[in-house]
Design a protein around this ligand. Structure first.
Ligand code: SF4
Ligand code: SF4
Ligand code: SF4
Length: 264
């Protein structure tokens, strides 16, 4: 491994592996580690808080900076409160959109069936919330004991492995997927290059076959889609009770907007 990759690996080893993108790097911790190795400020990892910002500053021999603030209160270890997502299962319509949005594969369920979050694996990254068309996912504070350093490292290693497996699976699924992808395309090449030189993570192989064209939505469009679907559902319900020309027109317009956003 060359020295640049070794540095990226050492930086990545200090990051929480929540893969939340709150540092401004949508694809998660590894792209942020790469950017930091190239000079980006090392205080931007929100879930890592001050302890991670300080550890990175020490590793890199840089001045310590105040960590990017979280919306959650600070826990006893100096990091922001750990959170977990829960699905209000009686409201879940089994659409499966949350599954591909979850970077650590913490959601189980299949088409048309109720979905559940494996709370031990959930990092509270919030990435499953915007794609949910019925808004049935809540975030709650995780009041389990704060992990010590050894537990934290073990958890990070596990999350990193799960994320790499997730990326590989999504890469394969991209060949046959129908309909929209709820998370923007991950820069698989960086992960493939890194995994090829690092025995501690699963290998990522990039699809050689040309993928069928799919629609990749950014977070804004995903939220827009969810809003439109909710409005459509409401109107369909109202129209099933009583026909109304104005509402029928609104419904047609919303369906058209939905098709445009989905690239149909
Ligand atoms: S855990 Fe930190 S470094 Fe990783 S994606 Fe989230 S903010 Fe970025
Ligand atoms: S279940 Fe939701 S909040 Fe939890 S890790 Fe997966 S995407 Fe993130
Ligand atoms: S996105 Fe929402 S409705 Fe769809 S399966 Fe997940 S929790 Fe259920």
């Amino acid at each position: 491994m060359n020295s640049q990759l070794a540095l990226i690996q050492n930086i990545d080893a200090l990051l929480p592996q929540t893969q939340c993108g709150l540092c401004g790097h949508r694809d998660g911790c590894l792209p942020y580690a790469k950017a930091v190795s190239e000079g980006e400020e090392a205080n931007k990892c929100v879930p890592g808080g001050q302890p991670v910002a300080d550890a990175l500053a020490s590793l890199l021999g840089r001045a310590k900076l105040n960590a990017e603030e979280s919306v959650w209160p600070i826990q006893s270890d100096g990091r922001p409160q750990r959170m977990k997502a829960i699905i209000r299962e009686d409201e879940c319509i089994g659409c499966t959109k949350c599954i591909s949005a979850c970077p650590v594969d913490a959601i189980i369920g299949s088409g048309k069936l109720m979905h559940s979050i494996l709370t031990d694996l959930c990092t509270g990254c919030e990435l499953c919330i915007p794609p949910c068309p019925v808004d049935c996912i809540d975030l709650i504070a995780d009041h389990h004991a704060v992990p010590d350093e050894t537990m934290q490292i073990a958890e990070q290693n596990d999350l990193r492995n799960r994320y790499y497996s997730h990326i590989q699976r999504e890469e394969k699924r991209g060949l046959n997927r129908k309909g929209p992808v709820v998370r923007a395309n991950i820069d698989t090449a960086l992960f493939a290059q890194f995994s090829a030189q690092n025995d501690s993570v699963p290998d990522i192989v990039i699809n050689q076959t040309e993928a069928k064209p799919t629609v990749h939505l950014d977070a804004k469009s995903t939220i827009e889609l969810a809003k439109i679907r909710t409005q459509i559902k409401k109107l369909e319900k109202q129209l099933s009770v009583r026909e109304d020309a104005k509402k029928r027109l609104q419904l047609d317009e919303l369906n058209q907007q939905l098709n445009v956003l989905q690239g149909a």
